[in-house]
Write a protein that binds this ligand. Sequence first.
Ligand SMILES: C[S@@+](CC[C@H](N)C(=O)[O-])C[C@H]1O[C@@H](n2cnc3c(N)ncnc32)[C@H](O)[C@@H]1O
Length: 265
Amino acid sequence: MISLARVPSIFLDRGVASFSVESIFVMNYHILSDDERRELAAITWWHTIPVGWDNDKKLVFTSGKAPAYDPREFGIPDDLRGKTVLDIGAWDGYFTWACEKLGADVTSIDTTREKGGNWGGTRGYEFCRRALEAKAKLVYPLSIYDLPAEMHGQFDVVLNFGVLYHLHHPLIALEKTFLATKPGGLAIFETAYDHRNSLLGASLWSLWPNHEGDPTNFFYPTITGLKNALGIYGFTDCKIHRIRGSRRNFLRKAGRFVMTARRPL
Ligand SMILES: C[S@@+](CC[C@H](N)C(=O)[O-])C[C@H]1O[C@@H](n2cnc3c(N)ncnc32)[C@H](O)[C@@H]1O
């Protein structure tokens, strides 16, 4: 974890602790049937998730474009037994399965699309849920903007991963994330961010529509911009846990980081 008082340490690229990818997922594996293999192959995957065995009982992974990440790098507590988790924008459920493996009762939400988003939809989620015999509940379609009152104050941990910069109204999403979090609970934000202006300490949400050719990209906060916006809605104790894309290229426009925040009791 990096203290916000030492934000210049964004020059650091944090190392990845070694971990075994199968250790972070629900592990009710079975030998995948031919139908399951065909379904697996027909889905466009972002994440690399072990979903079952081949006939030789070797693990079969989804053909993700992203490598498997260690959830410990993302500020997710090591032990979630007896805890409730809301995974906003769960997509193929990578972090949902990781939290369930850590013992949580997970609710996942996603929406159909916001201006062309939702690559792959929830097919990957539904496949993994069956293959892993996971218990997480998917509420779909449900936008973070429409979070119902019965979900307010319900979750010990709320994940808002990879969603903020895809939204037209990211501040509404911050407020809804606060409302979903139990008093005393933890919210975790993973987002793309404005790297150069963060180095200058600016408090900004830069509007870069179509950044990197993706029509679903809009707002890129600076580190201070996100921290200040979280403060508006009542979050405290903001900490950075993971920063990517800074040290090797000082001029790089965008990177990614994770920030945790507490809803006070
Ligand atoms: C880049 S993916 C991130 C997926 C996952 N959370 C992760 O970090 O790997 C963004 C996800 O947010 C979802 N999303 C977009 N707008 C949303 C909204 N208004 N409410 C909830 N989810 C939304 C998209 O459908 C997509 O599944």
